[in-house]
Design a protein around this ligand. Sequence first.
Ligand SMILES: [Zn+2]
Length: 91
Amino acid sequence: MNTLRRYVFRLAFSPFCFNFVSVLRGETISTGAPKTCPQCGVTPALKVCKSAAGYYIGAWCRCGPYSRESFYYPRKDLAEAALRSGHWAPR
Ligand SMILES: [Zn+2]
């Protein structure tokens, strides 16, 4: 049982799970997904996030990754500059 729980925990924080979650939700905050997570009630702030595919502008709530708003950037400073300017390429 313990092993299974550890496995589930690891899965929940893996990039695979993130992709799975964003496919499930299918929407970004800018295209109409609710600003507040219906499951945990947190209103996540946009920030620069990192995944296996690169850096992106997205939001995390208590459940984990909430949305990805931008395409992947190859460098963190590019994503930060886009977030600061408020102009980024939507995914
Ligand atoms: Zn949540």
